[in-house]
Design a protein around this ligand. Structure first.
Ligand code: SF4
Length: 198
């Protein structure tokens, strides 16, 4: 698809600063309970781990913000809820999967690291969680960053200076996605070069 460009921004902060400034488990997981995917996808809350114990294993978190700028002709053409939903999903999924894959590759170069995806896992049409089965692709699926009670809206606005736009009567001018990358040590700058899509 060539109807969009992606600008990628990367920042990192200590896990202590991240949890102090951007985590409110009760508040944000409360929002998640209104999502139709709540409890139905392994990557989404409530997670099958102790969230805080899990995060305590890491000293740093890298945040990868993808600003997906949509071609202006496309913005004007997609003017019905059906078109907005279908095209918006296709664009977001394409970028999410691309960054997911790049971050999994980076895990291989950063011992002890683990990536967090932007939003719910979308590798299967129907997640096995609803039937009580095991994840089909545990080597590829990653927890959603939202599932740890982090505020993606605040991260996007405060850390990256980008306001999240929502679809209304046409596609927004841009979408944003935020992935995470948990590490014990800081990652050398040169390893981040391959992450940028645009
Ligand atoms: S890979 Fe499939 S089974 Fe595993 S979390 Fe994702 S959707 Fe669910």
């Amino acid at each position: 698809m060539t109807d969009f460009n992606v600008e990628t921004y990367i920042k990192h902060l200590s896990m202590q600063e991240m949890t102090q400034k951007y985590q409110d488990i009760e508040k944000h997981l409360g929002y998640c309970q209104h999502c139709p995917r709540y409890g139905k996808i392994w990557s989404c809350p409530p997670l099958d781990i102790d969230v805080q114990v899990f995060l305590d294993r890491y000293d740093w978190i890298y945040l990868v913000c993808s600003k997906i700028i949509i071609d202006s002709d496309m913005v004007q053409k997609k003017d019905t809820p059906e078109k907005i939903s279908a095209v918006g999903w296709d664009i977001m999924s394409a970028v999410k999967l691309d960054v997911d894959e790049k971050l999994r590759k980076l895990e291989g170069k950063s011992p002890g690291s683990l990536s967090l995806s932007a939003t719910a896992c979308n590798l299967c049409d129907e997640c096995t969680r609803q039937d009580g089965g095991l994840c089909r692709y545990p080597e590829k699926s990653r927890y959603a960053i939202d599932a740890f009670g982090f505020s993606v809206v605040d991260i996007t606005k405060v850390l990256f200076g980008i306001d999240i736009l929502w679809s209304s009567d046409h596609l927004p001018e841009y979408y944003t996605l935020v992935h995470g990358f948990l590490t014990k040590d800081e990652v050398p700058d040169n390893l981040w070069r391959g992450i940028k899509m645009g």
